[in-house]
Ligand binder design. Structure first.
Ligand SMILES: [Zn+2]
Ligand SMILES: [Zn+2]
Length: 426
C-alpha cells in the first residue's frame, strides 16, 4: 500500500508533464470529466482496497504457511527477481481470463471504459477485482514466495504499468520485444476488432508472444480506445457495477436455470439464447464512433475539479492514516468518499438532481462529523471544525457561481430517464 502512497506525487507530476506535452504538441488527450472519472475510480479502488485487500493477503499467507513447497529466503535477490517474473506470468493469466470470462470482465472492465488514453487512465482501477483475483497468485505461495516479497512485487508490477498509458511515446525498438510498452498497451486498450483481447502482460510482453495473444500497433489501424458496450457515464460507482448489472439482468430474464448459473463463467459477451433473441445488443460501427460527452460550463468544470481535489486529498489522507484507522472508521470513510465521488459524477453528467445532491452532501457533512465524534469513531481535532465549516460555505458559494455560469452558457440540465448519452464530435 505504501508504494502507491509514495508514488502519488510522481503520478501527478507525470500527469502535469503529459498535459504540458499535450499543449506543446497541440494534442487533446485529456478531457476533464474523463480524467476525473478515471482518477475517481482509482481513489475508490484504493479506499475500498483498505478493506478488501485482506481477502488476498489472508488467503496468500494461509497458502504460504501450509502449502509452500520450498523455504525461499526473503533476503535473496534471486528470489525477488524470479518472483517478479513468475508474478507477471500469473498476472498474464489473471488479466487474460479477466477479458475472457464474464464475471472477471465485470471487474476488469473499469480499467478499459475510458475512451481517452492518458496517464489518468492508468489510475482507473476496479474496486471489485479482489473477489476472484487472489486465486491467480496462489501458485506463488505454493512455490514459497514469502508474503512480503509477494506484496512488494505486486505493487512494483502495478507501478510499472503507469507509464505505458500515454499516446506521446512511440514504438521503442528492441524494448517492444520484451516489455509492455506504450505502443503495445495502446493496442490492449483498443476496441478495434483487430486489436481486441491482445497484449495481456503487466511488465513482460513475452507471455503474449509465447501464448499467441500478441498484436503489434499498426499505422493503418489507428486505435479507437474504450469498450464495445460504452459506459456512457462519468460515475465511478456505476463504472464498477455496469457489467455486473447487465449480467444480473440477463440472468434474471432467462428461462433456463442452467444459463442463469453459467452466464457468470461463460466467455465474455456470452448471453442466454432466449435473452439474446429478445433483447438484442447492436455491434458498434467504429466509423461512427463518438466519445461520450456532456457539455459543461466553465464554472461547473471548476467546481467539479475543486470538489474532486478535496476527495483526492481525503483519499490520500486515508491511505496515509490506514494503519491507525479502525475498521469502522475505514468503512465509514469509504462510504463518505463513495457518496462524494458519486455526487461529483452526477454533477459532471449534469443530472437534473445533481445540485440537490451536492447540497445534501454538504449539509450532511457537519452532522456526520459530529456523530462520528460522538460515537468515538473519528475526531476532527483542533481547527478541523473551522475548516469543515469553511469548506461547506465555500462549496455552497461555488454551487451558486457554477449554476450562474451554466445558466449563462448552456441549456437546462438533463432530466432522469432522458438517457445519459450526449455525443459530440471532438
Ligand atoms: Zn485489460
Ligand atoms: Zn491499461
Amino acid at each position: 500500500m505504501a508504494f502507491v502512497l509514495y508514488a502519488v506525487p510522481v503520478f501527478f507530476l507525470l500527469i502535469a508533464l503529459e498535459l504540458f506535452a499535450d499543449r506543446v504538441r497541440g494534442m487533446h488527450n485529456y478531457r476533464l470529466a474523463d480524467a476525473l472519472s478515471s482518477i475517481s475510480a482509482g481513489v475508490l479502488s484504493q479506499a475500498t482496497g483498505l478493506l478488501t485487500k485482506v481477502v488476498g493477503l489472508l488467503t496468500y499467507a494461509f497458502a504460504w504457511e501450509h502449502l509452500a513447497l520450498f523455504d525461499l529466503p526473503q533476503s535473496a535477490l534471486w528470489v525477488w527477481a524470479c518472483a517478479f517474473v513468475f508474478y507477471d506470468f500469473c498476472y498474464y493469466w489473471h488479466h487474460r481470463l479477466g477479458h475472457e470470462r464474464n464475471v472477471l470482465w465485470a471487474a476488469h472492465a473499469v480499467h478499459h471504459q475510458s475512451e481517452d488514453y492518458n496517464l489518468s487512465t492508468a489510475l482507473r482501477q476496479s474496486s471489485t477485482g479482489f473477489v476472484f483475483g487472489w486465486l491467480f497468485y496462489l501458485p506463488l505461495a505454493v512455490v514459497g514466495v514469502p508474503p512480503l516479497v509477494f506484496i512488494s512485487i505486486a505493487a512494483l508490477n502495478l507501478l510499472y504499468q503507469f507509464w505505458v498509458h500515454t499516446r506521446h511515446i512511440p514504438k521503442l525498438g528492441w524494448f517492444e520485444w520484451l516489455f509492455i510498452t506504450p505502443s503495445n498497451h495502446r493496442v490492449h486498450h483498443a476496441q478495434n476488432p483487430i486489436y481486441m483481447d491482445r497484449n495481456y502482460g503487466g511488465v513482460f510482453i513475452v507471455w503474449d508472444r509465447l501464448f499467441g495473444t500478441f498484436q503489434e500497433e499498426l499505422d493503418e489501424h489507428p486505435v479507437v480506445f474504450g469498450v464495445t458496450v460504452p459506459l456512457a457515464s462519468w460515475n465511478p460507482l456505476w463504472a464498477n457495477v455496469q457489467v455486473y448489472a447487465g449480467l444480473w439482468r440477463d440472468a434474471r430474464c432467462t428461462a433456463s436455470w442452467w444459463d442463469r448459473l453459467r452466464i457468470w463463467f461463460m466467455r465474455t459477451g456470452w448471453r442466454p439464447a432466449d435473452v439474446a433473441a429478445r433483447y438484442r445488443l447492436g455491434k458498434p460501427d467504429l466509423r461512427d464512433f463518438r466519445k461520450f460527452e456532456v457539455p459543461l460550463a466553465r464554472g461547473e468544470q471548476i467546481y467539479a475539479l475543486l470538489q474532486f481535489v478535496c476527495y483526492l486529498l481525503a483519499g490520500v489522507g486515508m491511505l496515509a492514516c490506514a494503519d491507525w484507522l479502525s475498521t469502522t472508521a475505514t468503512l465509514l470513510a469509504c462510504l463518505w468518499i463513495t457518496l462524494g465521488l458519486y455526487s461529483v459524477g452526477a454533477w459532471l453528467e449534469r443530472r437534473s438532481w445533481a445540485v440537490r445532491c451536492e447540497c445534501w452532501r454538504l449539509a450532511l457533512n457537519l452532522p456526520a462529523a459530529w456523530l462520528s465524534e460522538m460515537l468515538g469513531i473519528f475526531s476532527l481535532q483542533g481547527s478541523g471544525w473551522f475548516w469543515l465549516m469553511l469548506y461547506t460555505l465555500a462549496s455552497l458559494l461555488g454551487i451558486w457561481l457554477a449554476c450562474r455560469s451554466a445558466a449563462a452558457a448552456l441549456s437546462p440540465p438533463i432530466e432522469p430517464g432522458e438517457g445519459q448519452q450526449q455525443h459530440h464530435d471532438d
